[in-house]
Design a protein around this ligand. Structure first.
Ligand code: 8LH
Length: 480
């Protein structure tokens, strides 16, 4: 076993043979690591966790402080059950730590001049968080994503168009470097600029693009635009679509709308940018659901309150531990997402746990519109700061003609003359777009349209089908 493992480069710190690529016909990129008995893999994962905790203890004041406070020393972690006692890391802690230790936080474990790539969050909840990525980690992510995309059937003969924003978003860059590593032709087209979708349609055809990476919402929009341009989506020649960033690819109604429109294979993927290689949750078959690629990022589906690992079959929130990151390792990062997991089964071709419905919601109140994470408090902040605000508002998320839309109904101060309203609406919309990174339709409504509350305001109305179904038809084992 040891010889096999070393052949497949199970080393810390990770180092990969960049010239390696399996024969085109081979199903697995690293057959041994992907198909070994899950218990054997868990032994290796435990050893790796101990190494990473010792590394973080030595190099990251953030972790040392945190674990000291909890009375935990890395040497005390002897089993994966022990590991469940390690306190989770919350995104807010990372943000606060970065603010106190500019620019990468005291969880950066390499000298700052070894940071060669920067990505980040959109910063809708306040201070944006920067991801400082060393060259070693960048290459590890490329190798990991190549492996997962290989399992999706992507090969060097493919042309992969990246149809998500190529700015701070780890999603786009992660797909780019993964596809590049496996030898495919890569087309970094991006998304989000005015008129860009019609151009995407034309370029797909012109360049013979075979694989598209993006969000499910964007794929549905693309289908609409293609139809408007008089081009049947199925005639574009795509054979696969790789999705991440939001629920959709594992949700049957959305998935079938995409497959019917484009006649493609659909592959879900994505955990969190902080946990990159975020394709650690990634499909290996053209069907709903994702595998947890445990030797890349150890995923525990946990009780959302106590953060202990739940038995297979249960619903909970994923907690991630990166096993290959040296610059900003994440050790028990809390996602606050919702999923249900199933035990590994060799019948799936890889011995990883499985999330049959992918990630299907969030525990907290954050929502995702067109691939952008939006926090209601960020909207509240903008609206309440607007001169002429009438005292209450509602945030309505709905699905209009296949795209998620965000409507903000805002009461206006009656002292404001009606004729000034269009300018007022425009100013708020512009501000929302800047802060959220996604457009919102602002609708002015008369003062006292909405009830006031003496307790907590419930301003978000989510009309999207998915969340409604979760309420009316909760899956077995749901959290009440
Ligand atoms: C998802 C999914 C999914 C992410 N199904 N919900 O795109 C992948 C990575 C880079 C990403 O989106 O990271 P980011 O921007 O940090 O957002 C993470 C959140 O996005 C995650 O907590 C989920 O709520 C959501 N998400 N991929 C359902 N395949």
């Amino acid at each position: 076993m040891t010889a096999d493992i070393s052949m497949e480069q199970w080393t810390w710190p990770p180092s990969y043979d960049e010239t390696y690529r399996p024969p085109e016909g081979q199903t697995h990129w690293l057959p041994r690591r992907e198909t070994m008995p899950a218990e054997q893999r868990e032994e290796l994962i435990l050893a790796r966790i101990r190494q990473i905790m010792a590394y973080a203890w030595d190099n990251a004041p953030f972790y040392r402080r945190k674990w000291d406070e909890a009375g935990i020393h890395p040497s005390a972690i002897r089993t994966l059950a022990d590991f469940e006692k390690v306190p989770v890391v919350r995104k807010e802690e990372l943000r606060a730590d970065q603010a106190a230790h500019e620019p990468f936080g005291s969880y950066l474990c390499v000298p700052p001049d070894e940071v060669k790539h920067i990505n980040g969050t959109s910063g809708t909840t306040g201070r944006p968080t920067a991801f400082g990525i060393s060259e070693r980690d960048w290459r590890s992510v490329a190798n990991a994503h190549a492996r997962v995309m290989w399992a999706m059937g992507i090969r060097s003969s493919d042309t992969v168009l990246v149809a998500s924003p190529l700015s701070l978003y780890w999603g786009s860059w992660g797909a780019y470097i993964g596809a590049e590593r496996l030898g495919a032709r890569v087309f970094p087209f991006g998304a989000g600029a005015p008129g860009q979708t019609a151009r995407t349609v034309r370029w797909i055809k012109q360049m013979g693009v075979t694989v598209l990476y993006g969000t499910p919402s964007y794929a549905l929009h693309l289908a609409e635009v293609a139809e408007e341009e008089g081009i049947a989506p199925a005639s574009l020649g795509l054979r696969a679509m790789v999705f991440s960033g939001e629920p959709g690819a594992s949700i049957p109604t959305i998935r079938s709308r995409i497959t019917e429109a484009f006649q493609v294979g659909v592959y879900d993927s994505g955990s969190m940018a902080e946990a990159a290689p975020w394709m650690n949750l990634g499909a290996a078959a053209d069907e709903p659901g994702v595998l947890c690629w445990q030797d890349l990022v150890y995923t525990e589906v946990c009780d959302p309150v106590g953060h202990q690992r739940l038995p297979y079959g249960a619903e909970g929130t994923p907690v991630y531990t990166t096993l290959e990151r040296t610059s900003q390792p994440m050790i028990r990062l809390l996602s606050n997402d919702l999923t249900r997991w199933e035990a590994p089964s060799a019948e799936r071709g890889r011995t990883y746990p499985f999330l049959p419905r992918g990630i299907y919601g969030r525990i907290d109140d954050m929502f995702t519109v067109r691939g952008e994470n939006v926090h209601p408090s960020a909207i509240d902040e903008v609206i309440m700061a607007a001169p002429g605000y009438g005292g209450e508002h509602r945030i309505v998320i709905s699905r209009e003609s296949a795209m998620d839309t965000l409507v903000v109904q805002v009461e206006y101060d009656p002292r404001q003359p009606e004729e000034s309203l269009p300018g007022w609406v425009e100013r708020i919309s512009g501000r929302l777009r800047t802060v959220l990174g996604v457009g919102a339709r602002v609708v002015p409504v008369r003062q006292h349209t909405f009830d006031r509350t003496g307790f907590k305001a419930r301003r978000v109305i989510d009309n999207r089908e998915l969340l409604q179904r979760m309420v009316t038809d909760p899956p077995p084992g749901s959290i009440p």
